[in-house]
Structures are given as C-alpha cells and as structure tokens.
Write a protein that binds this ligand. Structure first.
Ligand SMILES: [Cu+2]
Length: 214
C-alpha cells in the first residue's frame, strides 16, 4: 500500500519533469517565430553568355566564369531576372542535389534566349553550385549561398542543454526516492523482527527494509 503510494509520488515527479521539458520547448518555438527575419522577395539579375567571355554576370558587360557568388536567406522568395547576353539559349540550374547535372531535385528555370524570370524558394541552408542547363557546367557556373535563420540557431542549443540538465536532475531525484523509500516499522514482516531481536536493528534488517522498498 505504502510502496505503491511512494511509486505514485515518483510517477508524479516524473510527470512534472516532462511538463518542465515541454514548457521551455514551447518558448523555443515562440522565440523562433518572433526573432526570425520576415520572408522577403529578392530580385537577382543574371546575364548568361557561352563565349567571349563565357559565364554569368549581373550586367551584360561584367560576365565572368565563375560568375558572381550569390547570397540569399532561407525562407525568402528569389525572383531571377535572366538575360541572354549573346543570343544563345541558356537555362539557370541551381544544383540542390549536388549531382553536377540538371536533375529533378534541382531548381531549374525555363530556357531563355532573350530574357525571362524564374522563382526560387531557398529552403535548405548551405552552399550550392549554379550553372547553365544547356551548356557545359565548366563554361558557365557560380556559387549560391543560402543562409539559415541565425537567431534560432544561437539560442536553441543553450535552452536545450538547460532543459536536459533539469530533466536529468528531476528524474534522478525521482529514481533515488523510489529506491530509498524508508518503510515504516509496521510494514515489515513481524516474524523476522520477533525471531531475532539483535538483527532487527542490525544490517540484515536494514537490507530487508531496503529490499521490501522495491
Ligand atoms: Cu548557357
């Protein structure tokens, strides 16, 4: 009777620990929505050329290979304004799957031989290669960097560590209580105490007291 009551107490303590775990997690979620920069639509202009010189540029007269390094933020909407500087047909491919070729996992524009627009939604932070889908990668390529939402990354590990320490402490205390519950004298079997008066106060009695606490 008393044993199960103590175990119920321990269970309540564990439940409180889980509640403590859940509360800061909610705060983390709230923080991420309030501190993350709001999504924006960003315009990027790119000129493509396959010769004299080949590559990409942000104007018709500054085409280089590799082309300009582009930096965007995760969650933004990127609108590319694409121009052909040489009249050839080009195609913008962002190599999201890192395969080095145009594939279904990539962000791909329509082919353009004059101008066109293309939308890109950067969802995964990281560094990717962009290239032309109709010419060799080595002729027309560049790097695009997708920045993650930094404020969330700064706080989350510390909050998580604090919550973990709290959780381990509370569960540890609950387990300690569970294993070291003192059993009142009347709960002990009467026979042992009566049969050996000396042992009842010695180590043997203490051990049997502990054992019956399980
Ligand atoms: Cu091209």
């Amino acid at each position: 009777m008393l044993q199960s009551r103590e175990k119920a107490t321990a269970a309540v303590v564990v439940a409180i620990a889980f509640a403590a775990l859940a509360a800061p997690a909610t705060q983390v979620a709230t923080a991420s929505t309030t501190t993350a920069p709001s999504a924006q639509t960003i315009m990027i202009t790119l000129y493509a050329s396959m010769g004299n010189p080949s590559g990409w540029g942000q104007g018709p007269l500054n085409i280089t290979n590799p082309g300009p390094t582009l930096t965007v933020n995760q969650g933004d909407t990127i609108m590319f304004h694409l121009f052909s500087a040489d009249g050839a047909t080009h195609m913008l491919v962002i190599d999201l799957d890192g395969s080095g070729t145009r594939s279904s996992g990539d962000a791909v524009s329509e082919p353009f031989n004059a101008s066109g627009t293309s939308l890109y939604y950067p969802n995964t932070p990281g560094q990717f290669t962009y290239f032309c889908g109709t010419h060799e990668l080595s002729m027309q390529w560049g790097t695009i960097v997708v920045r993650g939402t930094a404020p969330v990354n700064d706080n989350a590990p510390w909050l998580a560590a604090g919550v973990l320490v709290l959780f381990v402490a509370v569960v540890g205390f609950a387990v300690y209580r569970w294993r070291h519950v003192p059993v009142p004298r009347k709960a002990l079997p009467k026979r042992r105490g009566a049969r050996n008066g000396r042992n009842a106060k010695g180590k043997g009695a203490a051990r049997s007291r502990q054992r019956s606490g399980h």
